[in-house]
Each structure stands twice: as structure tokens, then as C-alpha cells.
Design a protein around this ligand. Structure first.
Ligand SMILES: NC(=O)CC[C@H](N)C(=O)O
Length: 271
């Protein structure tokens, strides 16, 4: 296997984080290509050339009919077969913010390869919906990692990252959904206070701004059972350099930002 994995950063009309996301992977030694969804639809087999598929943040299709839904319907409809092959192979999938919305609404998450393609009559047991405050919300949050086996989160216990979204609240149909995710190590990251030693999953929804959107169980990120797929609402590509942190001078931060760790973990998986 090449030590320089090829990354497909898949953009759609309205995506706006693809350049910095591709840059993040490239800084870690990957070889990224930004591909437009409409180009991939012309020749779906080109996805087979890549080891990492990344769905970046933004406002695909203007968030019409719900964030990520139209992009998701293309993955399900026209790209179902190549996506299925990708998930079944020893490859990685990352969805950031709008990309996480696409992963969840397409059915790539939470099940990954095991539940792809989703059956048309299968009821959805989770979604990302409007923030509790009803507003687009942009701030820095502290996150604790629960899914230590997820490839992207290796050796990360907690991390500070920015969020910027309107539809970032995880909602589930039934508490048993959470139990299943927990059993399969799929609850990847939770919003939490800074300074606590250990991250624990808690039902009590932490107050704004600790939990910025009212997400169930304070969930900020989900993985699939294999640990090779991750969807997260925060933006790791916006914290590649210490100077991107709002308090970098006060805290005396230097060098890399913490967000780059997720991209490096992904690249190192193929080393
Ligand atoms: N930053 C983003 O990717 C935003 C996601 C989506 N457009 C929302 O507002 O919820």
C-alpha cells in the first residue's frame, strides 16, 4: 500500500470547505483531489482510485429541504454501488459538518458497510436537525473522545474545535438507538466542559454553549462499527495552525493546531 493515500474531497454545489479540507490532508502527506459530484456522476468508477473519501462542510444545494438531503440522495441513487464497494474495502470515509449531515441522511452512518444500501422502507432512527436555539451558531467547543478505536481519533482524548452550523442537533427516535451505538463504540465525540479528567456519556443535556445545539447525549460525532467512517459536526480543518485558535496569544500556543491530528491519523492508517 502506498504511504501517500489518495483522498477524494467530494464537493457539490454550495460546498465551501473543500479547499482547506484538501489542504489539511495534503499537509499530512496525502494526495488530495477535489472532485465535483456532477463529475463523479459522469464516471462513478473513478472513486475506486481513492483510499479516503471526504465529504467537506458547507451548504450543499443551499440546505434546501434539509441540510445534506439532496447530496445524500445522489449517493444513494446514482452512486450506491461504488459507495458500497468503498465501504466494504479497507478504506476511510470522513464527513465534516455538512459532510456528516450527508453521511447520516444517506444512511452511510450509522451502519457503514453493514447497512448499505439502506432499504427504502427502513425507518430512520436518527437525524441531524435544527439547533435548539433555532439559529446558525458559530463558536469553539470542547470535545471528549469516546470511540478510541475510530481510526481518525487515535490517541486523542479531548480536543477543542470550532463549530458553525444551523442543523447540528442529533435526535434519535428511541433511547435504544443510543444503547446500540454505545455497544458498537459508535459514539465518537461528545461536547463537554474543559478540564474534566474523563469523558462520560451522559443523558443530561449540557447547557449552551458547552453543548451548542442541544444534541441528544451531547453527541458531536458518530462512527460506524468498523471505526473506518467518522462524521463530526465540528471543523478540524479550521484548526490546522495554533494561530487559528481565538486565544492563541493569551495561551501562548505555537505550531500545529489540534485539528490536524484527525487528518494525520487517517493518512498514517495507510503507512
Ligand atoms: N459548516 C457547515 O458545514 C454547515 C452545515 C449546514 N449548512 C448547517 O448549517 O447546518
Amino acid at each position: 500500500m502506498s504511504t501517500s493515500p489518495k483522498v477524494c474531497v467530494l464537493r457539490a454545489p454550495g460546498t465551501n470547505c473543500d479547499i482547506e479540507t484538501a489542504h489539511a490532508f495534503d499537509l499530512c502527506g496525502a494526495e488530495s483531489t477535489r472532485i465535483h459530484l456532477l463529475k463523479l456522476l459522469e464516471n462513478p468508477a473513478q472513486l475506486n482510485d481513492y483510499q479516503i473519501l471526504c465529504l467537506p462542510g458547507g451548504f450543499s444545494y443551499g440546505d434546501d429541504v434539509g441540510a445534506g438531503i439532496i447530496f445524500a440522495s445522489h449517493l444513494q441513487g446514482q452512486l450506491g454501488e461504488v459507495i458500497g464497494n468503498f465501504l466494504a474495502a479497507d478504506k476511510l470515509v470522513l464527513g465534516i459538518c455538512n459532510g456528516f449531515q450527508v453521511l447520516l441522511k444517506s444512511g452511510i452512518l450509522p451502519g457503514g458497510a453493514a447497512s448499505w444500501p439502506p432499504k427504502a422502507d427502513q425507518p430512520r432512527d436518527a437525524t441531524l436537525t435544527w439547533n435548539d436555539n433555532g439559529k446558525y451558531t458559530s463558536l469553539w467547543v470542547n470535545l471528549g473522545v469516546l470511540a478510541k478505536e475510530n481510526v481518525f481519533l487515535k490517541d486523542i482524548d479531548q480536543i477543542e474545535l470550532p463549530i458553525a452550523h444551523a442543523e447540528g442537533r442529533i435526535a434519535v427516535s428511541d433511547p435504544s438507538v443510543i444503547e446500540n451505538w454505545q455497544a458498537n463504540q459508535q459514539i465518537a465525540m461528545c461536547y463537554r466542559e474543559t478540564g474534566e479528567a474523563e469523558t462520560v456519556l451522559q443523558e443530561e443535556i449540557l447547557p449552551y454553549p458547552v453543548n451548542p445545539n442541544g444534541s441528544a447525549y451531547n453527541i458531536a460525532a458518530l462512527g460506524d462499527p468498523s471505526g473506518r467512517v467518522l462524521g463530526l459536526m465540528p471543523h478540524p480543518e479550521r484548526y490546522l495552525f495554533a494561530t487559528q485558535h481565538p486565544q492563541w496569544t493569551r495561551l501562548g500556543l505555537e505550531g500545529e493546531g489540534e485539528g490536524i491530528k484527525l487528518f494525520r491519523n487517517a493518512v498514517n492508517y495507510f503507512a
